[in-house]
Design a protein around this ligand. Structure first.
Ligand SMILES: C[S@@+](CC[C@H](N)C(=O)[O-])C[C@H]1O[C@@H](n2cnc3c(N)ncnc32)[C@H](O)[C@@H]1O
Length: 285
C-alpha cells in the first residue's frame, strides 16, 4: 500500500518538512560565522573576525547560542547549525502547495531549485513526488557546491560589493548534499545534480520543461542567470518561486526580469522574503 492509498501523504510531508527545517528539536549552538550575515553592524562583524582569528590560531571552533524566536525559525530568518534547509516552514509549505497544484493540474515539467545549499528544499521536492507516487518528473539540484561566485560588477553592477562569496557557511560540497538525500531515502535517478556556476550549467541543462522553478541564489547575477536560462522553459501555469526578495540584488533582478518580459502575473507574498508568481499564457521564448 502506498502513501496515497493509506491517506498518509500529509503526515509524511508534515514530518519531512519539520525534520528538514530542524523544527522538532531545540536549537543547538550556532557557528560564530553566522553573526557576520545580515547583522550589518560593522562593530559586530569586526568582533566576530577577531574571535575567528583567535579560534583559528587555537585550533578550536567558536559557537554562539541561537537567539531565534519560534517565528524566526518558522520563517527562516536566522542561520542555524543543524537544518538541512534554511528557508523555514512557511517557504517549505509554499513549495508543497506549488508542487501539489502542478501535479493536480497536470502542469507539464520537472522541478528545479537554483541554489540548494545542504539540499533541504530539493529533498522536500523529491519527497513530495514520492508521496504522490509521481515517477515521471525529476528534481534538478543546481549549485556550485562551493558557495557563491564573486560579484561580476561589470556584467551586474547591482552586485557591486556583494560579500556572499566570502561566507564558507554557504559552501556545501556535492557529496555532502548527496548524502543528505541518502539519509532521507530520497537519492535516486529522479534527482539530477547540476554542478557549477549557473551561467555555465543552466543554459545547457538537459531540461525540456519545468513545472516549478525555485530561485535561491541570493545575488542579482545568480537570480538573473537562472531566470534568463530557465524561465522560457517554465510551462504556462507553472510556478516561479523567489526565495530572496528581501535581498536588494535578487529583488532588482526579479523586478528587472518581470519588467523586461512584461510579466504582469501578481507577485504573491509567502513571508518576509519569499515571493512567487504563476506563469500565465504562452511561453516567452
Ligand atoms: C542561500 S543558499 C540556498 C539555500 C537552500 N535553498 C536551502 O533550502 O536552504 C544559496 C546557494 O546558492 C548557491 N549559488 C548562488 N549563486 C550561485 C551561482 N551563480 N552558481 C552556482 N551556485 C550558486 C550557493 O552555492 C548556495 O548553496
Amino acid at each position: 500500500m502506498n502513501l496515497i492509498q493509506s491517506g498518509q501523504v500529509e503526515a509524511y510531508l508534515h514530518l519531512l518538512k519539520r525534520t528538514l527545517a530542524f523544527a522538532l528539536w531545540d536549537d543547538p549552538l550556532l557557528p560564530v560565522e553566522s553573526a557576520k550575515y545580515r547583522s550589518a553592524s560593522w562593530l559586530k562583524r569586526s568582533f566576530v573576525k577577531i574571535l575567528e582569528m583567535v579560534s583559528n590560531l587555537g585550533g578550536f571552533t567558536l559557537a554562539i547560542r541561537a537567539i531565534a524566536s519560534e517565528t524566526d525559525i518558522d520563517e527562516g530568518k536566522v542561520w542555524r547549525a543543524y537544518p538541512d534547509t534554511m528557508i523555514g516552514l512557511r517557504r517549505l509549505e509554499n513549495i508543497q502547495s506549488c508542487v501539489e497544484t502542478a501535479l493536480a493540474e497536470n502542469i507539464p515539467g520537472d522541478l528545479i531549485e537554483t541554489g540548494a545549499w545542504r539540499g533541504g528544499a530539493c529533498i522536500f521536492m523529491r519527497g513530495i513526488l514520492l508521496a504522490h507516487g509521481e515517477t515521471g518528473r525529476k528534481v534538478y539540484v543546481a549549485d556550485s557546491f562551493a558557495g557563491l561566485p564573486p560579484p561580476d560588477e561589470e556584467k551586474h553592477p547591482a552586485d557591486k560589493g556583494d560579500q556572499h562569496h566570502t561566507l564558507d557557511f554557504l559552501a556545501v560540497d556535492l557529496e555532502t548534499v548527496k548524502n543528505n538525500f541518502r539519509r532521507y531515502g530520497l537519492l535516486d535517478d529522479q534527482v539530477v545534480f547540476l554542478k557549477g556556476w549557473f551561467e555555465d550549467t543552466l543554459p545547457i541543462a538537459p531540461i525540456d520543461a519545468l513545472a516549478v522553478l525555485r530561485l535561491d541564489g541570493d545575488m542579482y547575477g545568480s537570480t538573473m542567470d537562472a531566470l534568463t536560462a530557465l524561465y522560457p522553459k517554465l510551462s504556462p501555469g507553472g510556478f516561479c518561486i523567489v526565495d530572496d526578495y528581501a535581498l536588494e540584488g535578487c529583488r532588482c533582478a526579479v523586478d528587472d526580469f518581470r519588467k523586461d518580459h512584461h510579466i504582469t502575473s501578481p507577485l504573491q507574498t509567502i513571508d518576509w522574503t519569499g515571493r512567487f508568481w504563476r506563469k500565465e499564457g504562452a511561453s516567452i521564448h
